[in-house]
Design a binder for this molecule. Structure first.
Ligand code: BDR
Ligand code: CA
Length: 329
């Protein structure tokens, strides 16, 4: 792990697992959180902003700039994921209202300023539909060299979750995802394969729920909610276990040795029908039809093929549970 904190911005649609990601990003000393942009996704935009402020208070975050961004996808009709995250977006977790200020500018403008003002290129951690980032890249191409890379939770090599073919963040705004994935900016695609691999077992979730630390208790409540939702889906190993989801994407920035990556071209299926929002990952090694070869070397996208789930979950737990030791820097 590098000695200097990594400057990051977070784009969120808070969301139960975005909340876990925020807790980790605030609590882990390896990251310097420069700004947070909000997009409509799991819940409507106003609720995303409210949840984000409350979670930042819970985490004891310093006054990091937050702004509201795109309330809807570029083309699609917005469809939230309250069936996963509950109506509030935070499951059954209730947090007190926040006095935290929201910047009086659009999130795209906050991102532009933050990236241009930062002394070094910034890592963008994208945990929401990619609407804010697509608009940023189209409106302000001057920020491109200021982005170290975009580490995005989105897509899948295999099956989807929102539909049989598509992962929620990409399905919610497929055109935005296609813009980001083909922008030329280095992208790490943290898809559904790693997303469900970092899990916390039922006993550990219960232990968090009994903690004296309010952050650990909240993490326990959020994970317990996710365990309930994902139980029937068969995606997570272990009865009553939960995946840390978006928080794994943050962990991947903190410790890239958790990941097995493969450079590959990725395109988004944009046609209407059952494949809309599917990420088509070209992992071929031989010749394709008509002698076509994979343009692997030309791709700016690295796909996470595998994750050390146990180590990833430990990194998360060490940061959010004050009882556990946070790794020394
Ligand atoms: C993604 O969609 C949202 O429901 C989660 O917050 C995560 O970012 C998983 O498909
Ligand atoms: Ca999310």
């Amino acid at each position: 792990m590098s000695a200097r904190p990594i400057p990051v911005v977070l784009d969120v649609d808070t969301g139960v697992d975005d909340a876990l990601a925020l807790l980790l990003a605030v609590r882990h000393p390896a990251l310097e959180l420069l700004a947070i942009s909000c997009a409509g996704g799991n819940v409507p935009l106003a609720q995303v902003v409210e949840n984000t402020r409350r979670v930042l208070d819970l985490a004891g975050a310093p006054p990091v700039p937050i702004a509201a961004g795109m309330h809807r996808p570029l083309v699609e009709t917005p469809q939230d994921a309250s069936y996963v995250h509950g109506v509030s977006g935070l499951g059954a977790l209730e947090l007190p209202p926040s006095e935290r200020e929201v910047e009086p500018v659009h999130a795209v403008e906050l991102l532009r300023r933050t990236l241009l003002d930062a002394p070094e290129p910034v890592t963008v951690i994208a945990l929401a539909p990619l609407t804010n980032l697509a608009v940023l890249l189209r409106m302000h191409p001057e920020v491109l060299p200021r982005i170290a890379r975009i580490v995005m939770m989105g897509g899948a090599v295999g099956a989807g979750n929102a539909t049989a073919a598509a992962e929620f963040n990409v399905w919610h705004d497929p055109e935005a995802a296609e813009i980001v994935l083909t922008s030329g900016v280095p992208v790490v695609m943290y898809g559904l394969e790693p997303f469900y691999r970092a899990t916390v077992p039922a006993e550990r979730i219960a232990e968090l729920g009994r903690s004296a630390d309010p952050v650990a208790r909240a993490a326990g409540a959020l994970l317990a909610h996710l365990a309930g939702v994902t139980e029937d889906e068969g995606r997570v190993d272990g009865a009553g276990a939960a995946a840390i989801g978006d928080a794994g994407t943050v962990a991947a920035v903190i410790d890239p040795t958790l990941l097995r990556l493969r450079r590959a071209p990725v395109r988004v299926a944009l046609a209407e029908g059952p494949t809309r929002g599917c990420t088509v990952v070209d992992l071929r090694t031989g010749l394709g039809a008509g002698g076509e070869t994979t343009k692997e070397a030309e791709s700016h996208v690295e796909v996470v093929l595998d994750l050390d789930g146990a180590r990833c979950a430990e990194l998360f737990l060490a940061a959010v549970d004050a009882g556990a030791a946070v790794p020394a820097r």
